[in-house]
Write a protein that binds this ligand. Structure first.
Ligand code: LMR
Length: 328
């Protein structure tokens, strides 16, 4: 497709796929679950498609399917192994079936900010993680950032005891289940697209997510408020199938890899800003954002950090130590 046609198609892509591929172009389907604008992942996926469609015109064509319109995160990796989709960027919490190494990213208070996450991912240990699922048929191409997670509920959350007894939606991750149990709460794993309805109807009382997800999915509209806990991170792996990637012509694969690396660098450096804008948009829309005192925050640390010990065997004491050295 021409760049102009791609741009037109993209501007109509809010809820559905772009479909502007020409005959003879290799179609690359990119499936994800968030919105396309005002979201670190959505913006990155859109930019990736724009660049592929402009620079690889006649050779390759990327269709982005946002908002879980093609697959949700529980389905997409299976679909990828079946060759029905070529790229996705699920959160690192969604790879449990394929590797336990990413559990380090879900451990509460492991990383103080997205810069520490970035440095850890760029380390030798982090780089090696991209290849950790190769024998299961999946290849990590890049880490994409979202940001720090916050808690929200249908009542104010200031002390960990406020969360006790409440039901919280979590991503499908054993670490996140254990984290909520450490608070005396009841974790409910659930697909992203179902969370708003579950909060609205009281199937769950609360949830944890980044500002951009809380804003993008309008969770703040059906919650009492959000507490700025920054207690964990939500980040992504851009993933493809080993079979598809290895089957590409070398020059096509190199060009795609180069574009992806450039998009990754450009957009990762903006993820914090995108989340801060989402936080402000929540406040502007009347959402309640609560701050913790240093003493209150320490109570959350004390309640949740013991979870590390439960997963040290999966993650490795040396990996935890390496992360903490970076985080210092
Ligand atoms: C979630 O399920 O809450 C997130 O992984 C969604 C996303 O892709 O940011």
């Amino acid at each position: 497709v021409t760049a102009a046609a791609a741009a037109v198609a993209l501007s109509f892509s809010a809820g559905s796929a772009i479909a502007a591929c020409d005959d003879g172009e290799m179609v690359i389907k990119f499936s994800h679950v968030t919105n396309s604008d005002r979201h670190p992942k959505g913006i990155a996926a859109t930019l990736l498609a724009e660049r592929v469609n402009a620079e690889m015109d006649g050779v390759a064509c990327m269709e982005v399917y946002p908002n879980s319109t093609l697959y949700n995160d529980d389905q997409v990796l299976e679909a990828m192994l079946n060759g029905d989709v070529q790229m996705a960027a699920p959160s690192l919490s969604k790879f449990e079936k394929y590797t336990k190494q990413f559990r380090i990213f879900d451990l509460p208070f492991m990383f103080k900010n997205i810069d520490a996450v970035n440095a850890f991912q760029a380390s030798e240990t982090g780089e090696a993680m991209k290849g950790s699922m190769a024998r299961r048929g999946l290849l990590g191409l890049a880490f994409w950032h979202n940001g720090m997670k916050q808690f929200s509920a249908n009542k104010p959350l200031l002390s960990p005891s406020d969360a006790a007894g409440l039901k919280f939606r979590v991503q499908t991750s054993d670490v996140l289940v254990a984290q909520m149990e450490a608070l005396g709460a009841s974790p409910q794993p659930m697909a992203f697209s179902e969370v708003y309805g579950a909060l609205q109807t009281g199937v769950v009382d609360g949830q944890e997510n980044t500002w951009s997800n809380i804003y993008g999915q309008k969770f703040f509209e059906v919650q009492d408020g959000i507490t700025e806990t920054n207690h964990g991170i939500l980040d992504y792996l851009v993933v493809t199938s080993v079979e598809w990637w290895d089957g590409l012509d070398a020059d096509v694969r190199d060009q795609l890899a180069t574009i992806l690396a450039e998009v990754t660098e450009t957009r990762n450096s903006e993820s914090f800003t995108v989340n801060q804008a989402a936080k402000q948009a929540i406040i502007d829309a009347g959402g309640e954002v609560r701050q913790l005192t240093a003493e209150q925050r320490q109570e959350w640390v004390d309640a949740m950090k013991p979870v590390w010990a439960q997963f040290e065997g999966d993650v490795g004491a040396d990996t935890i130590a390496a992360a903490q050295e970076i985080n210092a």
